[in-house]
Write a protein that binds this ligand. Structure first.
Ligand code: HEM
Length: 457
């Protein structure tokens, strides 16, 4: 008799068998777009609706088609309309939302911060910040919202590594406000998908305007302080902010673009990693047989290697658990583009103007590409199995020229944080905690947080 425990199947919406009516669809789009997708989107190589309500719509799953869109023909696409309507008011010409020459110039200017050598230099800081944060887990019997904790911790890591802890204002307030900002302004409004002009106000514009102003003010102050320091002849920290300011000038970045990028990197650089860490801890708590392997590895490797940088290469199981968590709950559940010309694909014309969606949410749970797609099985990401996964069937960080610039930063940070956490503590769901329901805001979040108890090992 096979006594191997069955893999854990975590909560997720059941694919729809019928399309919702229009009113319901608006409701779903506003509240939780991942509940929209029908069974076809989890089964077919692609779904093309030539006359959707907001214009033609493509959901691309076939890894070859995805490569075509994001890599080979990337010049035939621009960033999708809805994404820009949602994000541009916040991020303006930051790297995530910039296009054409501004994007090219900015990506080149920022590349030096994200070289392997530079990122490796952040390992000690990542570990120190985590150690300091962990003190809060030393009182036993307390229930913690781990989703919130991971957001705080990754914010602290970002503030330390990219901004040398010189972000203006009260850190807690700043962090709370950025979360509110993305929750309000950074949300798809039903008006956004049915082509109602941008000048027609959305609910979110009333709630988000004040927060946006608050941010711009703090970011401006943060930059001014650093500029003053540089002008005074002080040696400024060799961090992201100094690098951005060095790129200022006629051929480089304008002061506004620098501001946009400070906001972009704070926005894109911590919440995504935080979500993936939260889901990893939840999934491991629900799969004790997997958790035991990660805890053993974390204890062994963190005591064997003093330098946290060495953990990244030597903790394959921990990394696999993190990657599997990003498969089941991709922090960025949508990657979207708009076709600038007609594209032929297997006898179908994807017409100019089509909104083309690569949905890590459906792709990572696709029935044709994954064995037991809904089960938590970290071993699929172990080095010996990795070759079986097509590069374009697993896309937590996107692909092509606009692939996530912070990918290596995020993986290194995640392994170091998990090494620190799981070598010392065990994370369990609190007794009365409800199961988390995945909700797509900008990231895939656990609705109601993750109520967990933390016990010293
Ligand atoms: C687990 C963590 C992360 C995930 C899952 C993630 C995911 C993604 C994805 C899917 C994209 C591509 C979007 C597209 O093609 O439309 C992207 C782009 C980007 N990410 Fe990340 N990201 C993570 C962490 C980070 C970190 C740590 C930073 C910065 C420190 C960062 C900064 C950015 C920026 C600036 C872009 C825009 C790149 C461009 O368009 O050139 N991300 N990210």
């Amino acid at each position: 008799m096979d006594t191997t425990p069955k893999p854990f199947i975590p909560p997720a919406p059941i694919p729809r068998t019928e399309p919702p009516n229009m009113l319901k669809m608006f409701w779903i789009v506003y509240n939780n777009p991942i509940e929209l997708w029908g069974a076809h989107s989890y089964r077919e190589p692609y779904v093309y609706v030539p006359s959707g309500i907001g214009g033609p719509l493509l959901v691309a799953n076939d890894p070859k088609l995805i490569r075509h869109i994001l890599v080979e023909k990337n010049k035939s696409f621009k960033l999708a309309k809805t994404r820009q309507i949602v994000l541009r008011p916040i991020l303006q010409d930051g790297l995530l939302t910039a296009e054409n020459p501004v994007w090219k110039r900015s990506r080149k200017a920022m590349a030096p911060v994200f070289t392997p050598k530079h990122i490796h230099g952040f390992a000690a800081g990542m570990s120190r910040v985590t150690k300091e944060y962990l003190e809060k887990y030393d009182s036993p019997g307390v229930t913690h919202d781990i989703a919130k904790d991971m957001t705080e911790l990754t914010f602290n890591v970002l503030a330390e590594t990219l901004f040398s802890n010189e972000i203006e204002g009260d850190q807690k307030e700043f962090e709370h406000k950025i979360e509110r900002l993305f929750e309000t302004v950074g949300r798809v409004d039903p008006f956004d998908i049915v082509n109602i002009p941008e000048w027609v106000p959305r609910i979110k514009h009333f709630t988000g305007r004040g927060i946006l102003k608050y941010f711009r003010k703090l970011v401006r102050k943060t930059i001014e302080k650093r500029v003053e320091r540089i002008e005074k002849g002080d040696t400024p920290p060799d961090d992201f902010l100094t690098l951005l300011l060095r790129a200022e000038g006629e051929d480089g970045l304008s002061r506004e673009e620098i501001e946009d990028n400070v906001i972009t990197f704070i926005g894109a650089g911590h919440e995504t990693t935080a979500r993936a860490l939260g889901w990893t801890l939840y999934l491991l708590a629900k799969a004790p047989q997997e958790r035991a392997k990660v805890e053993e590895e974390a204890k062994r490797v963190t005591s064997q290697y003093d330098n946290p940088l060495d953990w990244v290469e030597n903790m394959p199981y921990t990394r696999a658990a993190f990657e599997e968590a990003m498969r089941l709950y991709p922090p960025a559940p949508v990657i979207s583009r708009e076709a600038l010309e007609d594209i032929e694909w297997e006898g179908t014309t994807i017409t100019k103007g089509s909104q083309c969606l690569v949905l890590p949410w459906t792709l990572h749970r696709h029935q044709e590409y994954w064995d037991q797609p809904n089960a938590f099985m970290p071993s699929r990401f172990l080095p010996e199995n990795r070759g079986k996964i097509d590069k374009y069937q697993y896309l937590p960080f996107g692909a092509g020229p606009r692939v996530c610039i912070g990918q290596s930063f995020a993986i290194q940070e995640a392994v170091i944080i998990l090494g620190e956490l799981l070598s010392r503590y065990r994370f369990d769901m609190a007794k009365d905690a409800s199961e988390p329901w995945p909700v797509q805001k900008l990231t895939t979040q656990p609705d109601g947080g993750l109520q967990m108890v933390v016990t010293a090992l």
